[in-house]
Design a protein around this ligand. Structure first.
Ligand code: ADP
Ligand code: ZN
Ligand code: ZN
Length: 816
C-alpha cells in the first residue's frame, strides 16, 4: 500500500498538492503537523498536513516530502475546519488562510546559500567580480545572497551568481531554517569549585585586591539568599552597580558560571488577582439577561451605552467560563489602543491573560500560540485583535467581541478578506461556545440580526454611577463664518467652552477625522495641486517633516517652494488635518499642554501607551486626534469633546458613511464626562439639520437604525442584501476597462439586475494600477453557495482569455 498526504502550502493555489510518504512516516505523521516539501523546480515550502490517505494523484507523480518538522500537530482539527470555512465563505485559497493564520516564524523560508564547487576550475576564466566571490568561498564554506551583495557592494548579484554556476565554480543549496528562537535569559551562579567554605574563603581573600569584583560576588550571595531564585546577570549588574565588563571578567576567570533559561517574551509583571467589581443593579440584570439569552441564542448582542460598564459584565462572564475549565477569547478592534483594558484584565486574572498583540514580534506570537495550543494556564483568556481567531483553541467556552461595530474587524487586504466578528460566530459554533457581541453603537448587521431573532438581544442603557449622557451641542459654522465668529477652525462657542473647561482644571479632546480631509496644497494663482505620480490623489502636506506624502502608496517628496505648473509662490493649504489643528490650538492656548494622537505620533510598540499615560497623568490639557481617540479609552478628567468638522465624514462616498459617522461621533462623545460631572460635546458642522447629527445629539440609535435600514432596503444594500465586490486591477487602463466590461456582462447573464458596474472607484489609480469595481448583490432567498459557484465559473473562463490573464481579480465577500 502507498501513502500520501494532501498539504496546504502558504501560496494561493486552487487545489492542495499531494505528496508521497513512506509507511513509517504515515505512522508518525498526523494532520496539522508541518512538513517541508519541494515545490516547482527548486522551491521548498513549509506545508501543513491536511489529510493522510492512500490515493495516488491521477494528474501527476507525487513527490516525496523533504522532512517532517513537528512531533505533534501545531494546528488542530477545529482550526482546519475553520480554515475551510473561511476559504469557502470568503472565496480564497487555503494557502491564503494558512499565511494569515500562522505566525510567520512557523513558516520556514528557503534562502539561497552558495557553496564552492568541489571540483577545481581554471580561475583565469573568472571576471573580477566573480573572482572576489570565488575567493571569499575559500575562507567561508558558504555565503548568502546578501553577503554577496555586501562583498560586491551592489544589489543585483543574481547575474553574477548565475555566471559562477555556469562556470561550475559554485553550487547553490537551499537552506531551510526556522526563524523562531525562544528568548533566553542569562543567569549567573558561583562556580562549583567554590562550593566549599574554605575554597570560598580563599576566593574572597584573593579578590581583596579587586574590590569591585569582590563586591559582585558578595552581592550575588545576598541576592540569592534573599530571593532564593536564580540570579539574572542584569539584576546582578544593577544590584552591585558593576559593569557588564566586570561580570564578564569573573566569568572568564571561572569564578562565576553563566547559564541560560528560556523565558516567555510575553510576560506579565504586576499585581494580580484584584477582586472583580460588584455589579450595580443595571449591570446585574444585563448579566442575568445575557445568561438567559444564551440558553436559546449562542450569539447575543449587548447594546450598552458608553460607560455603562460593559467590560465588568464581560469580566463576570469570563470568570464563569474559566470556572467551568473553558478558555475565553476577548476580541478587540485594535489591541494597541487598549492598554487600559489589558491592565484591567490582568489585574483581575493575572497570568491567565495572554495578549495577542498586532505589534508583537513573530517570536512573541509563537509563544502565545504555543501556550494556547498546550491549553497552558498562561493562556486561559486571550485578548487580541482580528487575527486571534486563528489561535489553536481547543476548548473555548466564551467569545466576547467588544466594539463589534468596528470596521477594522474586517481584513481589507490581502486575502483572506475575513470579518473577525463573523468568523468568531462560526468559531464559537464549532466549540459550542457562547458569543457576546458588545457595542454602544451596534453595526446595522448585528442589530438587524437581533431584530430578526437570529441573535439574542440585551440592553444596558444607564451609565455607571448614573452619570448623565454628555450634552451634545451642534454649532453651525456657516452661520459663524458669516458673522465672523470663527478663529481659524474654531468657532466662538468651542473657544468659550474650551476656556471654561481649562479654567476648571479639566481636559479636552478635539477630534478631526483623518479620512479624506488632510491638508492639500493648492496654487492660488493657477489652482494646481501636486499629485502623486503613482495614484490619482493629491499629495498631503505634512508640516512636521515638511514633506508632501501620498497616503495610498507612501510616495513622498520635499515640500514645494513654488507651483510646479505656473511657478507662483502663492501656495495655500486646503483642508485641515490633525497637525494643523494642533498648531492652531497651540497658538490659541499658549499656556496649555497640547498633544496629538494619530498614525504619525503613535508609531512603535509603545507609541499609544506614552500618549495615553500622559493624558491619564494629566500631563496633557488638550489632545488632538483622529478616530484612534474613539476606541475604548477611559479618562476620568476629560470634560469636553470637540468634533472639528462633521461634514467630511457624512459626505464620504460609501453606503455606510452615515452609519459610520453616527458611530464615530457617539463614540468620541462617549469620552466626555465619564465619572461624576456631565460632559459636554460640541459638533461643528455646515449642516446642523442633517438627520444623523440630530440623531447623534439626541443619542437616538433606534431612529438612526430605522432610517438607515430604509435606505438599505431601497437600495438593496447589506444587511438586507448580501454583496460581493469584484475589483479588477491592471496598469493598462484599456485592458482593465475591457476586462471589467466582459466580467460584468458575464455576471449579468446570471444575476441580471443585481450586478452594478463596472465603475471606476473615487481613486481610480493606486500604485500605477487602474481599478474597476463590480458589485454583485445577493437577495436573502438566493443561495450564497450557488452564487459563489457561478462567480468562480465566470472567473475561470475570464482567465482562459489570453488578454485578461495579466489582470488581477480580487473577490471581496461582505465588502466594507
Ligand atoms: P463601557 O465599556 O460600557 O464604556 P466601562 O466598562 O469602561 O464602560 O465602565 C466605565 C467606568 O465605570 C470604568 O471606569 C469602570 O471601572 C467603572 N465601572 C463600571 N462598572 C463598575 C462597577 N460595577 N463597580 C465599579 N466601577 C465600575
Ligand atoms: Zn500655479
Ligand atoms: Zn501614491
Amino acid at each position: 500500500m502507498r501513502y500520501f498526504i494532501d498539504v496546504i502550502i502558504p501560496i494561493p493555489l486552487k487545489k492542495l498538492f499531494t505528496y508521497s510518504i513512506t509507511a513509517s512516516e504515515s505512522q508518525f505523521l498526523s494532520e496539522g503537523m508541518r512538513v517541508a516539501v519541494p515545490f516547482g523546480k527548486s522551491k521548498i515550502y513549509t506545508g501543513i498536513v491536511f489529510k493522510i490517505h492512500n490515493d495516488a494523484p491521477t494528474a501527476y507523480e507525487a513527490k516525496d516530502i523533504h522532512q517532517i518538522l513537528d512531533e505533534t500537530p501545531i494546528v488542530n482539527q477545529k482550526q482546519l475546519q475553520l480554515w475551510q470555512w473561511i476559504s469557502s465563505y470568503y472565496m480564497c485559497t487555503l494557502g491564503d488562510v494558512m499565511r494569515a493564520a500562522l505566525p510567520s516564524a512557523f513558516i520556514l523560508e528557503s534562502e539561497t546559500v552558495i557553496t564552492k564547487n568541489k571540483k577545481t576550475i581554471d580561475e583565469s576564466v573568472l571576471k573580477d567580480d566573480e573572482f572576489l566571490i570565488y575567493e571569499a568561498l575559500h575562507h567561508q564554506s558558504s555565503l548568502k545572497i546578501h553577503d554577496i551583495s555586501n562583498i560586491l557592494d551592489k544589489k543585483n548579484v543574481l547575474p553574477i551568481i548565475k555566471r559562477l554556476i555556469e562556470k561550475e565554480a559554485i553550487t547553490v543549496e537551499e537552506e531551510v531554517y526556522e526563524k523562531y528562537k525562544p528568548k533566553l535569559v542569562r543567569y549567573v551562579k558561583l562556580h562549583a569549585n567554590f562550593s566549599t567554605e574554605s575554597a570560598l574563603q580563599k576566593l574572597l581573600d584573593d579578590l581583596s585586591r579587586a574590590p569591585k569584583q569582590r563586591d559582585v560576588v558578595m552581592t550575588l550571595f545576598s541576592v540569592s539568599a534573599k530571593t532564593k531564585k536564580p540570579v539574572k546577570v542584569s539584576d546582578l549588574s544593577q544590584e552591585s552597580h558593576a559593569s557588564a565588563a566586570i561580570i564578564k571578567t569573573l566569568i572568564d576567570k571561572g569564578v562565576l558560571e553563566e547559564y541560560y533559561i528560556q523565558t516567555d517574551r510575553v510576560q506579565y509583571s504586576g499585581d494580580d488577582n484584584e477582586a472583580t467589581k460588584n455589579l450595580n443593579t443595571y449591570q446585574k440584570s444585563a448579566l442575568s439577561e445575557i445568561k438567559k439569552s444564551f440558553e436559546n441564542h449562542a450569539v447575543t448582542l449587548l447594546h450598552g451605552v458608553t460607560s455603562s460598564g460593559k467590560t465588568e459584565v464581560y469580566v463576570k462572564l469570563i470568570e464563569e467560563a474559566l470556572s467551568k475549565g473553558k478558555q475565553a477569547l476577548y476580541l478587540l478592534p485594535e489591541i494597541a489602543l487598549t492598554t487600559q483594558l489589558v491592565t484591567r484584565l490582568q489585574n483581575y486574572f493575572g497570568e491567565q491573560v495572554a495578549v495577542f498583540h498586532s505589534k508583537y514580534s513573530s517570536q512573541e506570537r509563537v509563544e502565545v500560540w504555543n501556550n494556547v495550543l498546550r491549553n497552558s494556564a498562561k493562556a486561559q483568556i486571550v485578548l487580541g485583535a482580528r487575527s486571534s481567531v486563528f489561535l489553536p483553541f481547543d476548548n473555548l467556552g466564551l467569545i466576547v467581541v467588544d466594539e463589534e461595530h468596528e470596521q477594522s474587524f474586517k481584513q481589507f487586504d490581502p486575502a483572506p478578506r475575513y470579518h473577525a466578528r463573523d468568523t468568531a460566530v462560526v468559531l464559537g459554533h464549532m466549540h459550542g461556545a457562547k458569543v457576546l457581541l458588545g457595542s454602544a453603537t451596534p453595526s446595522l448587521e448585528s442589530y438587524f440580526n437581533a431584530k430578526q431573532n437570529k441573535y439574542g438581544f440585551v440592553e444596558l442603557m444607564q451609565r455607571y454611577n448614573d452619570v448623565l449622557m454628555p450634552d451634545i451641542e451642534l454649532v453651525d459654522i456657516k452661520d459663524k463664518l458669516k458673522k465672523k465668529r470663527m478663529k481659524g477652525h474654531f468657532s466662538d462657542r468651542l473657544l468659550e467652552e474650551m476656556t471654561e473647561t481649562l479654567k476648571a482644571g479639566h481636559q479636552i479632546i478635539l477630534f478631526q477625522n483623518r479620512r479624506g480631509f488632510s491638508p492639500i496644497i493648492e496654487c492660488k494663482t493657477c489652482g494646481h495641486s501636486p499629485q502623486c505620480p503613482n495614484c490619482d490623489v493629491s499629495l498631503t502636506y505634512h508640516q512636521y517633516r515638511n514633506q508632501l506624502r501620498c497616503h495610498y502608496c507612501g510616495y513622498h517628496a520635499a515640500m514645494l517652494q513654488d507651483c510646479m505648473a505656473c511657478g507662483s509662490q502663492d501656495l495655500d493649504n486646503k483642508g485641515f488635518g490633525t497637525e494643523q489643528i494642533e498648531e492652531e490650538v497651540k497658538q490659541l492656548f499658549p499656556d496649555n499642554k497640547v498633544a496629538r494622537m494619530d498614525l504619525d505620533t503613535t508609531r512603535g510598540k509603545y507609541g499609544y501607551e506614552k500618549i495615553i499615560t500622559a493624558l491619564e497623568q494629566q500631563e496633557i490639557d488638550i489632545l488632538v486626534g483622529t478616530q484612534m481617540l474613539t476606541k475604548g479609552l477611559d479618562f476620568r478628567n476629560v470634560k469636553l469633546v470637540g468634533i472639528m468638522n462633521a461634514d467630511n465624514m457624512l459626505n464620504f462616498p460609501d453606503f455606510r458613511a452615515h452609519e459610520r459617522s453616527f458611530q464615530l461621533m457617539l463614540q468620541v462623545a462617549g469620552r466626555a464626562g465619564r465619572t461624576d460631572e456631565r460632559g459636554k460635546v460640541l459638533i461643528q458642522t455646515y449642516n446642523p439639520h442633517h438627520n444623523i447629527l440630530q440623531q447623534v445629539s439626541t443619542n437616538n440609535y433606534v431612529e438612526m437604525f430605522n432610517e438607515q435600514m430604509n435606505d438599505r432596503y431601497n437600495f438593496k444594500y447589506p444587511p438586507v442584501f448580501k454583496q460581493i465586490k469584484i475589483t479588477l486591477k491592471h496598469k493598462d487602463y484599456n485592458r482593465v476597462e475591457a476586462a471589467s466590461v466582459w466580467f460584468a456582462k458575464s455576471l449579468r447573464q446570471v444575476f441580471t439586475e443585481h450586478v452594478l458596474g463596472p465603475e471606476s472607484p473615487p481613486i481610480a489609480r493606486i500604485r500605477n494600477q487602474f481599478h474597476k469595481n463590480i458589485l454583485v448583490k445577493i437577495p436573502k432567498q438566493q443561495s450564497l453557495a450557488k452564487t459563489k459557484e457561478a462567480i468562480i465559473k465566470i472567473n475561470n473562463s475570464f482567465f482562459s482569455i489570453k488578454d485578461f490573464r495579466s489582470v488581477r481579480v480580487i473577490l471581496d465577500v461582505d465588502n466594507f
